[in-house]
Design a protein around this ligand. Sequence first.
Ligand code: X2W
Length: 282
Amino acid sequence: MDRDWIATARTLSEALPYLQRYSGAIVVVKFGGNAMGGVEEMADFARDIVLMRQVGLNPVVVHGGGPMINDLLKRLGIESRFVRGKRVTDQATVEVVEMVLTGLVNKRIVQAIMDEGGRAVGLSGKDDDLMVCEADDPELGFVGRPIEMNVQVLRDLFAAGIIPVIAPVATGMDPNETFNVNGDTAAGAIAGALKADRLLLLTDVQGVKDKDGNVVTQLSPEDVRAMIADGTIAGGMIPKVETALKALDEGVRGAVICDGRLPNATLLELFTEYGAGSIIRS
Ligand code: X2W
């Protein structure tokens, strides 16, 4: 045998308690633009999501696409500028953000899931009023902060066996307004509104690191607050852990920050003893 099929069968057998534990669970997966990689990585990600659905979980994909937005803005000669990790979004930029996220990126993920034999439907925060926002900060322009969530459409899709794939674009109280929402923020708000069992933030770092640079596998909200206060958690990790803390406050059972470039990152996290990255839970 050129492969250890016995080990493959054992791996499946060992996953049984995890499959039982997560049966019916709602898992919101944030798939960041930096974690997307090429066609093959996209197919691998999609296969894991389809497997989750196949074994009785209710996965929801919330995606980013920052690098793809940067690309098109550059081709159009529009400058990209970020303040505290969020894109300064004027009228021209918000149009590009909506086109890239709800068009290009969203449909690519939907297609990848269907290619693996799953059923997926793409939507944005605008569909069925899923996510209504207000302006986050006047300095950022049309960047939205979710203030009202209507997740019934997601429950309807779960019941039909369909995987929702959500672009982080939303309307405001004025329905003619369009807001650009940070992908992590959107995933956290959706997970919170669903009181999800897990929020998985897939990114391009291994997880939350301690002072020596080692990944901390389990943290409580208090640990996270202490690590922010003493500067151990800094930079781009701050908005991620803050999203996680807010989601926990809203009733999510556990939030995980892990490296989406790892092969089968979501399966590793959900179905093995090992886990991946850092889990934050009370
Ligand atoms: C993000 C939305 C996309 C995103 C942006 O315009 O880039 C804000 O910054 P990643 O790939 O997850 O970074 N929105 C307000 O979050 O993409």
